[in-house]
Design a protein around this ligand. Sequence first.
Ligand code: SF4
Length: 302
Amino acid sequence: MIHPCHKGMPIGVERMSQMEDRQDQHTSPDKQTNALEQVSSIYGPVRSWRVGWSLGVDLICVNSVCSFNCTYCQLGNIQVRTNERRLFVPTEKVMRDLEESDWRKADIITFSGSGEPALALNLGESIEQIRHRTGKPVLILTNGTLLHLPEVRSELCAADRVYLKLDACSDSVLQRVNRPVEGVTLEGIVEAGSRFREEFKGYLGIQMMFVHSNEKELDAFAAMLHRLKPDEVQVNTPTRPYPDSWYLASRGSHEGVDYPARPIKPLSVARLDSIVEELRRRTTGVNIICVAKSSRLTAENA
Ligand code: SF4
């Protein structure tokens, strides 16, 4: 089945010049197509303390593509920065890759990979087909920048779990930490996230990554959590290295990485604990957990 709003072509045969920002503007469409054939859109499964064995689905694959360019991103400096949805990996290839993977070992299927999964036009179609084939629950990791689109909310509603990134307590922090594409605002994300919460019957987690520039203003974070009404809040700090450039392997667990990457200085577990306590005091009935404490050394494709 072709997704109803699928009007795009695979990125490998589309003119890359339509992208807002890129490093590989001299890569020919044929090379892109060939590159896609060399890689798998499925990776893992890897062990996650939260969800068990997690099989990764990467609907992007041949570049890093995101509407954010987070300072701590495990993919390194994002190559293609856009909030325009496109088809990157045809669903037929995703399903072929799935058949060749060790999917039966997985407890859950996680859509994450080489950027923002909601940028892929075939997200909804892929969720549907993978769930039909495997019968496994589906988790989507998103930065929320496309949740203002009704079709994206509808596609994400098909997931069992959605984890929404929320690192910023103001637009200036959003610009400093997440470095979004033009037009993205914190209020836009929270407003759309609240609407999604009303529509989504599944499990909504909020993933908060704390670094030195966003560890204050916890009142503002608490107010946003009040609006988003999540089932769980995961407080974390970056521990994965920041690659010098994009490598396909960086979408995975970073266990035994052998590519050039810079370490990132995380907050201490003690500081994260105090953030968790401060957030708990400012919210009621919200399940807030310190991820770093439980999983600092745990591999996960999140
Ligand atoms: S951390 Fe996630 S949201 Fe941020 S740039 Fe990387 S892929 Fe995008």
